[in-house]
Design a protein around this ligand. Structure first.
Ligand SMILES: CCCCCCCC/C=C\CCCCCCCCCCCCCCCC(=O)SCCNC(=O)CCNC(=O)[C@H](O)C(C)(C)COP(=O)(O)OP(=O)(O)OC[C@H]1O[C@@H](n2cnc3c(N)ncnc32)[C@H](O)[C@@H]1OP(=O)(O)O
Ligand SMILES: Cc1cc2nc3c(=O)[nH]c(=O)nc-3n(C[C@H](O)[C@H](O)[C@H](O)COP(=O)(O)OP(=O)(O)OC[C@H]3O[C@@H](n4cnc5c(N)ncnc54)[C@H](O)[C@@H]3O)c2cc1C
Length: 664
């Protein structure tokens, strides 16, 4: 049988230790063990089946998600799973649900923005799921512009309460996940008003539904905002709408770590920066970067396995056609995505470390690294989600016609993933934040304030503005120092050029708007440099296992040279490399593809995904694609009857009509 033999033979060609690569991908032997165990637990539990998801009506889909969430929670308690194991379970259940916002945003917001007392009061309830919360920031009229939110929270000194109100239609909360049908509570972001004075946006814990009968509390109007893109996909989530009509909450339900309102109605600022009100977004953006590598690797795993099974043209002497993975065009589209998946994995790992470091510093009242953490999380969230969304669609095309079938798993993966380019900050809006950070850094060069963290390279501005790439032959592009210098010089020169152009404007804000398209490109260049440099740093660590390091080096070089090739205009126009060096990079890239080719299947096996998680006939571990595709088609509800419903009403009359006309 074609698929079985093809993948078995591919696996026998691998030139590295796949088991050790699994450890590298997972992050540690312990994480691999947990992930492997939990993925099998989910795969073997019939409640977590998802093969009919794209065919269910919204109501059935949603109810099924509730059933899965309840079952997941029951299993977490029965098996006494740790937080790490529970998070893995959520990952492998693979269905967006209210739990994500409860655990991923509601709880972190109380932890990050609540006082000690508030945490003591609310967190035990939330951890035991005696209350279910969501994150209600975005409104119908404003999402990106958080300072433009219109919901008001007016302090009433008579009763020691805040009055939460939606003054306009556009102030209706709109989009929060988990809000529409499930959450009992929300962190609501609104304008703090004391004595008619507006003190800007703050978070408030508001109960939305009765804990007895789940009905909305008085003054609260609430519902789901409707069907979203694709079948199945994000429609398992109850993204909601919420309006307040003068709803009263006690004063101590304002999250008061950043600023406090006293009984007398005085606003007291604490020593923490006000930007901490945006803190949950930093946390979630960091998580989204790690998730990007999961979504991309999943699509790449499907497309790679299928490319080894699928054969077209090029009949060989043994009568077999060519595996499509052997076409250079297929490799040049697929292997950069494989390399990107690994690159995003490692930059995600690093970002997790950066976030933990910032958090520890915040606890100790050191706020110095917050701007860099904001820029890195915003920029990398934008870069990795855009590349992943595009990459999933490319994987669908790499699978030809069969990639368009829901049973390939790719349409739903695409539909569920693409909002990541919008939620938690529109990707362009986030890159503009990075650009502001870069311009600020450039403007401070020479002022005695040394650039730190990921902008340290900017301290070498003079060298980077003048250096010439040393590449003379294709293999020179394999030197990490050569790659790094080219990426640093490109980013430096683009940021400096933007800053110089900006300086020509009398009004900096006007200049920023006018130059924003260039600024976004400078931000992309900086973020790509971070990804490349973190991959290179990873390779400097001890990497055990036969051939593992060699494969990772090849992937790192593919990622870097692919980005260089894609953004050649930047590298050439800033004079960082010459046209000749560009063509040498291309030649090197081709040779790297040949190096990866025999290892491609093993490199995707290293993700250790179960067939349940992949939910793709094309990506099956055993490669048994055609019989299963054939079998899958017959399961479609349309095939329940041989003659379709509607035949008599709609098909027969047409046929009869034609018959009459023919007789005339
Ligand atoms: C099914 C069964 C399952 C069962 C399982 C059960 C068990 C479960 C157990 C465990 C499960 C674990 C699950 C975990 C899952 C986790 C993942 C969660 C997934 C969530 C999915 C995502 C949902 C999406 C949610 C959202 O979208 S929320 C809304 C997001 N909104 C935005 O992002 C808005 C974007 N806009 C902004 O951020 C700001 O408006 C702006 C663009 C930054 C502009 O700000 P502003 O107007 O204030 O102006 P500026 O002048 O630009 O900025 C002022 C200064 O502030 C600095 N700044 C800005 N932002 C930040 C920041 N975030 N942090 C720090 N500093 C910031 C800026 O740099 C300026 O500084 P300055 O020095 O220059 O003044
Ligand atoms: C699936 C999903 C789940 C969500 N979950 C939640 C949730 O749980 N809680 C919550 O509070 N919110 C949630 N959101 C809302 C989400 O955070 C916002 O949609 C997001 O922040 C983008 O804001 P927006 O919709 O206002 O886009 P807009 O800002 O209106 O963007 C529209 C266009 O304008 C451009 N644009 C906007 N501002 C600028 C600028 N300054 N310069 C240049 N271009 C600009 C953008 O690039 C984009 O092309 C969710 C959204 C989705 C899609």
């Amino acid at each position: 049988m074609a698929g079985f033999d093809d993948l078995a033979s591919e696996r026998s060609k691998a030139q590295f230790d796949v088991e050790e690569m699994k450890v590298i991908w997972a992050g540690s032997r312990h994480t691999l063990e947990v992930s492997d165990r939990i993925s099998r637990l989910v795969a073997n539990d019939p409640v977590f089946r998802k093969d009919t998801r794209t065919m269910l009506s919204r109501k059935d889909l949603f109810k099924n998600t509730l059933r899965k969430a309840a079952h997941a929670w029951k299993r977490i308690i029965e098996l006494r799973l740790s937080e790490e194991e529970a998070a893995e379970l959520r990952f492998y259940v693979d269905e967006p649900a209210f739990m994500d916002l409860h655990w991923g945003m509601f709880i972190p917001t109380i932890k990050g923005q609540g006082t000690e007392e508030q945490q003591q009061k609310w967190l035990p309830l939330a951890y035991k799921m005696k209350i279910i919360g969501c994150y209600a920031q975005t409104e119908l009229g404003h999402g990106s512009n958080v300072q433009g939110l219109e919901t008001t929270a007016t302090f009433d000194p008579q009763t020691d309460e805040f009055i939460i109100h939606s003054p306009t239609l556009t102030s209706s909360k709109w989009w929060p996940g988990g809000l529409g049908k499930v959450s009992t509570h929300a962190v609501v972001y609104g304008r703090l008003i004391i004595d008619s004075k507006d003190y800007g946006v703050n978070g408030f814990i508001v109960q939305l539904r009765s804990l007895d009968d789940h009905l909305p509390l008085p003054g609260i109007t609430i519902g789901d905002i409707g069907m979203k893109f694709g079948s199945g996909a994000y429609n398992t989530m109850d993204n909601g709408v919420l309006r307040f009509d003068h709803v009263r909450i006690p004063r101590d339900q304002m999250l008061m770590r950043v600023s406090q309102v006293t009984r007398e109605g005085k606003l007291v600022q604490s020593n923490v920066p006000w930007q901490l009100v945006y803190g949950t977004m930093v946390y979630v953006r960091q998580k989204i970067v790690s998730d990007a590598s999961c979504a991309l690797s999943r699509a790449v795993c499907i497309a790679t396995r299928y490319s080894a099974v699928r054969r077209q043209f090029g009949l060989q002497s043994n009568g077999i056609e060519t595996q499509v993975i052997d076409y250079k065009t297929q490799q040049s589209r697929l292997f950069p995505l494989l390399a990107s998946a690994y690159a995003f994995r490692f930059v995600g790992e690093w970002l997790k470390w950066l976030y933990m470091d910032v958090n520890q510093r915040l606890q100790a009242s050191d706020f110095s690294t917050l701007p860099e953490a904001h820029a890195c999380t915003a920029g990398l969230k934008s870069l990795t989600t855009s590349a992943t969304a595009d990459g999933i669609e490319e994987c669908r095309k790499l699978c030809g016609g069969h990639g368009y079938l829901c049973s390939s798993g790719l349409p739903e993966l695409f539909a569920v993933y693409i909002p990541a380019c919008t939620y938690e900050g529109d990707n362009i809006v986030l890159l503009l934040q990075v650009a502001r950070f870069l311009i600020k850094t450039v403007s401070q060069l020479g002022s005695g304030k040394e650039p730190v963290g990921t902008t340290v390279y900017m301290g070498r501005v003079e060298q980077l503005m003048q250096c010439h790439c040393a590449v003379q032959k294709a293999e020179d592009w394999l030197k990490p120092s050569v790659i790094l210098e080219a990426f640093e010089a490109r980013s430096m020169r683009m940021s400096v050029a933007s800053a110089q152009n900006l300086a020509k404007f009398d009004n900096q804000e006007e200049g920023f708007l006018e130059l924003s398209a260039d600024l976004v490109q400078a931000a992309v260049a900086h973020c790509q440099l971070i990804v490349v440099s973190k991959f290179i740093e990873k390779l400097q660590q001890d990497i055990p296992g036969k051939g593992v390091k060699g494969q990772l080096e090849a992937l790192c070089n593919i990622y870097a040279l692919f980005i260089l090739h894609k953004h050649l205009g930047d590298f050439l126009s800033t004079g960082c490399i010459t046209p000749k060096q560009a063509s040498l990079a291309n030649a090197q890239l081709r040779s790297l593809y040949s190096q990866v080719r025999p290892n491609a299947i093993a490199l995707v096996d290293a993700f250790n995904y179960t067939d349940h998680y992949l939910s793709s006939v094309l990506g099956r571990y055993d490669g048994n694609v055609y019989p299963k595709l054939y079998e899958e088609a017959w399961k479609d509800p349309l095939n329940d009857s041989v003659v379709p419903d509607g035949y008599q009403e709609y098909i027969q009359p047409i046929l009869k009509q034609q018959l009459r006309n023919a007789r005339l």
